[in-house]
Write a protein that binds this ligand. Structure first.
Ligand SMILES: [Zn+2]
Length: 164
């Protein structure tokens, strides 16, 4: 049992994760310092290994990025009104893969050009999810309803001719 009240080894001789965690908690500063020193002593080799792993596991990397985008988008939606595609006649579409962030007051591209808001994608979702961007100013719409919303905004500036 030893010092940490959990066995050092598992039955098959491998390190016990509970013991490893107990050790980490007991020596947190020393472990962090050691990890830090090891990283800087072997930085070039570690970065090369990481680069090589990324190159040979492209599918896994892109899948992880895709899952992260969907996850952070979900958190962003919860920071807005929590409803999906809730425009005037929205359909309530909740497919995370296709939902788009819509800046309710309009003129998102102007603010993007002035670098007041991220243009979109992960940067914008992260901003909303972490509270750096006001979630009350956004809603998430499906592509067709987002387009209709843009047309409504632009109605004062342009004349739209509907063809049946
Ligand atoms: Zn919709």
């Amino acid at each position: 049992m030893g010092k940490y009240r959990v066995p050092y080894h598992l039955a098959n001789g491998k390190l016990n994760p509970a013991w490893t965690h107990a050790y980490y908690v007991a020596h947190i500063a020393a472990v962090r310092k050691r990890t830090h020193n090891y990283y800087f002593a072997h930085k070039e080799r570690l970065l090369a290994l990481k680069k090589e792993w990324t190159r040979t596991h492209k599918k896994r990397v892109s899948e992880t990025q895709r899952m992260y985008t969907l996850q952070i988008k979900k958190q962003a939606i919860l920071k807005t009104n929590g409803k999906t595609c809730c425009a005037i006649d929205g359909c309530g579409c909740d497919d995370l893969a296709i939902l788009q962030a819509n800046y309710i007051p309009g003129g998102h591209s102007i603010l993007t050009a002035k670098r007041k808001l991220p243009p979109g994608g992960v940067q914008l979702y992260r901003g909303i999810a972490w509270g750096r961007v006001d979630g009350n100013l956004f809603n998430f719409l499906c592509p067709p309803h987002n387009s209709i919303d843009h047309l409504r905004e632009a109605r004062d500036k342009f004349t739209i001719h509907w063809r049946g």
